[in-house]
Design a protein around this ligand. Sequence first.
Ligand SMILES: [Zn+2]
Length: 345
Amino acid sequence: MQLPREVIVGKGTLPRVKEVVQRLSIRGPALIIAGVKSCEIAGKQVRDLLEQTGMNVDTLLVETATIRDVLMVEERIKAWHPRVLFAVGGGTKIDAAKLSSARQDIPFISVPTTVSHDGIASPLASVKGFDKPYSVMAQAPLAIIADTDVIAQAPWRSVISGCGDVIAKFTAVKDWRLAHVEKNEYYGEYAASLALMSAKLVIKNAELVKPGNDEGLRVLLEALISCGVAMSIAGSSRPCSGSEHLFSHALDMVNCPHGMHGEQCGVGAVLTAYLYGANWRRIRDALKRIGAPTTACELGVKDEDVVKALEMAATVRPERYTILHKLNLNREACEKAARITGVIG
Ligand SMILES: [Zn+2]
């Protein structure tokens, strides 16, 4: 099990990157992976701070997370021999850094500039170009430095997406338990509880999640990091990704270009909570309080695409047993679920 050794969350924490590298005794060159925007917002500052400690620092700009990007980062690692990789940015930069550093056997440090999903602390990377649309095992970050002053500059929608991704753990954990009971799959109570607690905390503090409120951002960040840790403990994405994630992956396939991951997972959780006969209204109401989409229209997708995605979701990942695999719903049943939960009109 790999867990982060340092987690620093809060206002104005970016300069603490210096003490983190010193405490972790990282000597030698560092490579920063960032996007054009995240480089301006935080990457340049991270570089200055590291150089002040006497480190040699190189920056590589990455805009997407495809296999080509991962290979490009790996080439730079081979040429430059950094002792550590810093990922400064949102999901794609962190994913590219996570997988390339794992493959080249060097640690990576996560410096998120958005909070749109739980990948900022998880050991899994979502990289395009593989034959599967879901994430693959890479490595957990050695440290996470999340400065809420930096994150507050990201579009508000990314915060909403992050909340959706956390709230989606309600159904993810249900699916994991179901797979344990019916398919004898390994189930870790501790990892499951950690993911569930994160979802409960975000729902409980929903009123804090509003623009300009640092406390709300901190609650969300801690929840996302706990979800990452839950996946590290479980050794898979099971505690954090179930039927609602399969729905989101399927929606990406039928509706391209697609919406934000966490927004789609939130709507997916409403649908699959209904299929469980669970309290789907509670999930829907929590999403509404945060201002997250709860309907196809708010997601910006067609009603028929929601139905299509729900119907094909189980086929995205046949080996990951969920309520969708158990029920094996036809088009009509999917449409009924979407209509009753108000996801489609
Ligand atoms: Zn997710």
